[in-house]
Write a protein that binds this ligand. Structure first.
Ligand SMILES: [Ca+2]
Ligand SMILES: [Ca+2]
Length: 180
């Protein structure tokens, strides 16, 4: 059984994929998300192509794992079920999940030095529509007093987001916003 708390966390991420808010994720949502992301982060054309390619790889993996009846839609139930199965055994994450984690890290590490600092974290999340104070507070919790977050730290925090039942676990803040 998925707890209400984890289900809420999974749905927050679902919303970021379901860009037309139709209640299911399709390939066109993912293309739209990549486009929006590029626009919000004001990246150049090369980066925009890179975002699209990476997100389409993520979609391929997601669809082949979650879209059990192969109708081209990933439903909320399919989405929740796949993250619940991840939570049971995070060490055997699928390639697309690891790619998605790394992609999120790279999106935040705008200076491309392998570390996410406070300024990068807040700036990107603000561009994506997160309240600035909320993003500041989230960084504080995630970084646990350190100046920046490494990829290894990020991967641990990421795992925590999808697996932890603890409302105050730092990983809950990895997407910048605070769970209401
Ligand atoms: Ca949709
Ligand atoms: Ca950086």
């Amino acid at each position: 059984m998925v707890s209400e708390f984890r289900r809420r966390k999974y749905l927050e991420v679902f919303k970021t994929f379901d860009s037309d808010a139709s209640g299911t994720i399709e390939k066109k949502d993912v293309e739209k998300s990549a486009e929006m992301l590029a626009k919000q982060c004001k990246v150049d054309e090369a980066k925009q192509k890179e975002y699209l390619n990476t997100m389409l790889k993520i979609w391929d993996g997601l669809q082949s794992q979650a879209d059990l009846n192969k109708d081209g839609h990933v439903t909320v139930d399919e989405w929740v079920a796949l993250w619940d199965s991840y939570a049971k055994n995070p060490s055997s994450a699928h390639d697309w999940q690891n790619l998605y984690c790394k992609f999120t890290f790279q999106l935040l590490d705008t200076g491309n030095d392998g570390l996410i600092n406070r300024e990068e974290f807040v700036k990107v999340h603000e561009a994506l529509g997160v309240n600035k104070n909320e993003a500041e507070d989230s960084f504080q919790k995630l970084s646990k007093g350190k100046a920046s977050i490494s990829l290894a730290d990020f991967q641990e925090l990421w795992k925590e987001y999808f697996t932890s039942e603890d409302a105050i676990a730092p990983g809950n803040f990895i997407f910048g916003f605070q769970l209401k």
